[in-house]
Design a protein around this ligand. Structure first.
Ligand code: NZQ
Ligand code: ZN
Length: 384
């Protein structure tokens, strides 16, 4: 196991009716900016619950954060924060709203000339506005981590960044608010959680028994309860398990002291930026390709995943790996998320485009930093 240090300051408030606790978490007398997305919260009752809980506070709203949030939209919110003397931000939505709020919180106090440098150049975030979260879509783990992914629409750059300064102060997770998710978003969320876990688990063995065990438990919970959420959308326990799984998959815990991959995410972000696919869809396409092309390097862990998650016990290692990769792909399809580019009307030319984009950035990715743009092309050609 590698050395590590860990601290996570986000307070989690989990369960039914917990949005009513919101006022206890907010600084008294604060000027609050509530930020949300395209309006799903007005249809499913979350907006009214939040407004009720905010009674007595000064609060103004900023809406219209889009999925895969745009830098351009975030900068409009930064103007509101500065112009209206805001001192606390409340994110109400899925990963896109939370990621946008992280960027807004940092950009509002950024002293440099161009806030995009925070995302594109890793400019240091010396301070950020405090913010809390009411989460509506379990997927990204953004509610309990310090990462954010922002897209600059002008030049189709979708990039991740992070800072210890942008952990949420608190996150309220009420599984009942996820009852209203469209089936596609249930599938996307389960696939995203699955792939966050594999990015930190399907690498090479460093004898990290706890981390492997946590990862396998998350994967088994997804395989068990993901399809149940599609079949029985109002099942509270199923939604609670999926929601907590998503948080634990990317709050730092399972990645402590182990090698991490993230190639599937890097390739997936290019597919979203250039073709508009949902984040979860891109991962369902790419992961089986990464595992196939990197099968030798990852073979011990793929075989272990087969045994401990999918109960596959082949004597022959090639059979074990083939069956495990097939089981993962089949699981994504069971969740209603197609695993091939052609299902989304995208041709083989995507392999060249994505590989060229990564080459322009000079990126070589994966847990051994050996996935070159040429190998990225090979991966995507397998996923036509
Ligand atoms: O915008 P509204 O109207 O709210 O609708 C949203 C949106 O259209 C809708 N939705 C959310 N909660 C709902 C709901 N509809 C009905 N009922 C509810 N309870 O779902 C749609 C998708 O929402 P979005 O927030 O975009 O989804 P998700 O949570 O999957 O976030 C995706 C973004 O997170 C980034 C992705 O790249 C992408 O930009 N990621 C962030 C990470 C992080 N910060 O650590 C890690 C991830 O790997 C990921 O890259
Ligand atoms: Zn993800």
């Amino acid at each position: 196991m590698y050395n590590f240090s860990y601290s996570n300051p986000t307070k989690l408030i989990f369960g039914k009716d917990q949005i009513s606790k919101l006022s206890e978490e907010l600084p008294s007398g604060a000027n609050i900016l509530m930020i949300y997305g395209g309006g799903s919260i007005k249809q499913n009752g979350v907006y009214n619950k939040v407004i009720d809980a905010l009674r007595g506070f000064n609060c103004i709203e900023f809406s219209g954060i889009e999925p895969n949030p745009h830098y351009e939209t975030c900068m409009k919110a930064v103007e509101v924060v500065k112009g209206k003397n805001i001192d606390f931000i409340l994110a109400v939505g899925g990963g896109s709203v939370v990621d946008a709020v992280k960027f807004i919180a940092a950009a509002a106090l950024y002293e440099g000339t161009d806030a995009w440098d925070i995302v594109a150049k890793g400019a240091k975030v010396k301070s950020a506005m405090p913010f809390g979260v009411v989460l509506t879509l379990p997927a990204t783990g953004s509610e309990m981590n310090s990462g954010s992914v922002i897209t600059r629409a002008a030049d189709k750059n979708k990039l991740g960044w992070g800072s210890y300064k942008v952990y949420p102060t608190f996150s309220i997770l009420d599984p009942t608010v996820t009852f209203s998710l469209p089936k596609k978003q249930i599938g996307n969320g389960v696939v995203d959680t699955f792939v966050h876990t594999t990015e930190q688990y399907l690498t090479f063995d460093v004898d990290a028994k706890l981390q492997d065990g946590f990862a396998e438990t998350i994967l088994r919970a997804l395989v068990s309860d993901g399809p149940k959420a599609l079949a029985d959308p109002q099942n509270y326990d199923v939604r609670a398990n999926l929601m907590f799984a998503a948080t634990l998959a990317l709050n730092g815990l399972i990645g402590l002291g182990v090698p991490q991959d993230w190639a599937t995410h890097e390739i997936g972000h290019e597919l979203t930026a250039n073709y508009g696919l949902d984040h979860g869809q891109t991962l369902a396409i790419v992961l089986p390709g990464v595992l196939t092309v990197l099968r030798e390097q990852k073979q011990d862990k793929i075989a272990q995943c087969g045994r401990n998650v999918f109960q596959i016990n082949e004597q022959n290692i090639d059979n074990q790996i083939n069956k495990t990769i097939a089981a993962i792909e089949n699981f994504f399809e069971t969740m209603g998320i197609s695993t091939h580019l052609s299902s989304y009307g995208i041709g083989a030319e995507a392999a060249d485009l994505v590989s060229n984009r990564l080459a322009e950035r000079g990126w070589v990715i994966g847990e051994k930093q050996n996935i070159t743009p040429k190998i990225v092309k090979e991966i995507l050609l397998l996923r036509k």
